[in-house]
Write a protein that binds this ligand. Structure first.
Ligand code: ASP
Length: 589
């Protein structure tokens, strides 16, 4: 141990009197003339060093010149501090420095390496190695490492094998856009980076490896948002000889284990809800169950009273915000109305009914509805004096989406989403197919390998649009606090059924064979029933820490333009590289 005997988070009062050696980065220095204090940091913590000019003037002078982020080694004596710092694990002690060695000086960092840095996003991304030194980012990266370890321990304990699948695979038109990689040895041909190991894990089931998992990078060339990255990580799993119930049980146990081991929290059994029910009650297939405000459909009460907006609507639906009538002024209500009218939400207006404390009822539609009418709405929605009802109307899917956004916004404004509160939910029985207006065809809602519910298989052979839309899949999502953290399905394992499904998705038999012939072929050699799930690992990290952005849980993330600001990628390549690949690139201006 020539550089250190201990790390910077380790020393306590019990070490007093020992001579120790520490190495790390200069976090801060305070110069009090005869005394210079240095905070020395490494990934374990911060330890205070003291240089005393009366003991050793030259050494103190050297210490005084240390800049932020200098890398140093110090030898000294551990002693009890007079002014203890209860906020620091090492706050009871300090090191009376005897020697100081500068291992490497540092330029002044472009932003402060503090819990709250003064650096903007781009700057911190460019100097990611400095940002990664900050304690909150470090905590996230350490959390991630431990979460991966706990996942492996748990799954290995259940006989799962971690098996790697290739990154250079074949491009398929289904799903998101692929990242493609040109093949030098096969000019004019391309690999794709996997959007997930889906077909490979299914092939592993056919091969008899009946419990597979992988903590694996996936690649999707999609437009980016705060919770999306072009490369992200999944806990990808597959099991053979299982029913849906077996899978839900197994991965509910995994989730509970992760919360127990990482956060010391016991999660109760996860509630379950069908996709249809989730949409009806919350307008979303990933409802945040940390608060209520469930939807109440009001068609039977609100229609036929001469208010044409409601009369012509497919759906009239509302939510009840408890006890806010007093605190919500007209200005707040106007504000909220403007909020739902923003293009991102797209509502035409917002109807409200305010049950004031003095017994008065105030409503935007008071002209069309009597107080008795409005009281009936209130009754249907469980409203009491002091509550406000918010009602939207229009085409069913759109209106539900808008009201769901409003519900979440109210949840945020009213502080109903408490950090540390975790509400998991299984959403079951997703539709098998999703109609795409633009493409004029059905797409798989989950993916093309998802099995319809066995009761729906006989109904697959039809051209009837409504029947096809009503088909249900054996697909499930795990939702946590309104975030989809996992999704999977029981798979088709029968060649005939898989071919049928491809047909529904608009593949000709030739296209299906060209794209997925290997899988169809495998199904003819003894494919067991199987199913699986994948967790978004980055998202799980973020949600477990009550954060929205996955970026800070990724050591080297990309920005909103998909750029790695540190290495400056993507970038042009040399003409020789292009020539070798037989590629022509027209420079875009
Ligand atoms: N491969 C699927 C996905 O990435 C998950 C699964 O069905 O297991 O969404």
């Amino acid at each position: 141990m020539s550089y250190r005997t201990h790390h910077c988070g380790e020393l306590r009062l019990s070490h007093a009197g020992q001579t120790v050696k520490l190495s790390g980065w200069v976090q801060a220095s305070r110069d009090f003339g005869s005394l210079t204090f240095i905070d020395l940091r490494d990934r374990y913590g911060i330890t205070q060093l003291v240089f005393d000019a009366e003991e050793n003037a030259a050494l103190c002078e050297q210490a005084r010149k240390l800049g932020r982020e200098y890398v140093i080694t110090v030898e000294g004596l551990v002693r009890e501090r007079i002014n203890k710092n209860p906020n620091r694990a090492t706050g009871d002690i300090e090191i009376e420095a005897k020697t100081l060695q500068i291992l490497n000086p540092a330029k002044v960092p472009p932003f402060t390496i503090e819990d709250n840095s003064d650096g903007g996003d781009d700057l911190r991304m460019k100097y990611r190695y400095l940002d990664l030194r900050r304690a909150p980012v470090q905590r996230n990266i350490i959390f991630r490492s431990q979460l991966a370890l706990e996942t492996r321990k748990f799954l290995a304990g259940l006989n799962f094998l971690e098996i790697e699948t290739p990154f250079l695979i074949k491009s398929t038109p289904e799903g998101a856009r692929d990242f493609i990689v040109p093949s030098r040895m096969n000019p004019g041909q391309f690999y794709a980076l996997p959007q997930s190991p889906q077909t490979f894990k299914q092939i592993l089931m056919v091969a008899g490896y009946d419990r597979y998992f992988q903590i694996v990078r996936c690649f999707r060339d999609e437009d980016l948002r705060a919770d999306r990255q072009p490369e992200f990580t999944q806990i990808d799993c597959e099991m053979a000889f299982v029913t849906r119930e077996d899978i839900l049980q197994t991965f509910e146990s995994l989730t509970k284990h992760l919360f127990r081991s990482m956060l010391g929290l016991e999660l109760p059994d996860f509630p379950r809800m069908s996709y249809d029910e989730a949409l009806r009650r919350f307008g979303s297939d990933k409802p945040d169950l940390r608060f209520g405000m469930e939807f109440t459909e009001l068609n039977h009460l609100a229609q036929g009273k001469g208010f044409s907006v409601f009369d012509t609507a497919e759906l009239v639906v509302g939510i009840c915000a408890k006890g806010i009538a007093d605190q919500y002024s007209n200005k707040d209500l106007n504000d909220l109305t403007e909020w739902v009218k923003r293009p991102q939400i797209g509502a035409k207006g917002l109807v409200y009914v305010k049950f004031n404390a003095d017994g008065n009822i105030k409503s935007t539609v008071g002209k069309f509805f009597s107080d008795d009418d409005l009281r009936q709405w209130g009754q249907a929605m469980g409203a009491e004096t002091g509550d406000i009802l918010f009602v939207l109307s229009g085409e069913t899917d759109k209106t539900r989406k808008q009201l769901s956004e409003l519900r979440l916004e109210l949840g945020r404004r009213l502080g109903l989403m408490q950090p540390g509160d975790f509400k998991p939910l299984w959403v079951l029985d997703f539709p098998l197919l999703e109609w795409d207006e633009e493409a004029g065809r059905f797409f798989a809602m989950h993916h093309p390998f998802t099995s319809p519910k066995s009761t729906d298989i006989p109904r697959m052979m039809t051209d009837d649009f409504e029947t096809l839309k009503s088909l249900r899949a054996d697909a499930y999502d795990l939702v946590l606090n309104g975030v989809e953290i996992g999704g999977g399905s029981i798979r088709i394992h029968d060649r005939e059924l898989q071919s049928k499904n491809f047909k529904l998705l608009g593949f000709t038999p030739e296209q299906a064979e060209a794209q997925f012939g290997f899988l169809l072929g495998a199904f003819e050699y003894g494919a067991p029933p199987h199913g699986g799930i994948a967790f978004g690992f980055d998202r799980l990290c973020a949600v477990m820490n009550g954060q929205n952005s996955i970026r800070d849980f990724i050591a080297f993330p990309k920005n909103n333009m998909g750029r790695d600001m540190m290495i400056d990628a993507p970038s042009p390549v040399a003409q020789e590289q292009l020539d070798e690949l037989g590629l022509k690139v027209e420079a875009k201006r």
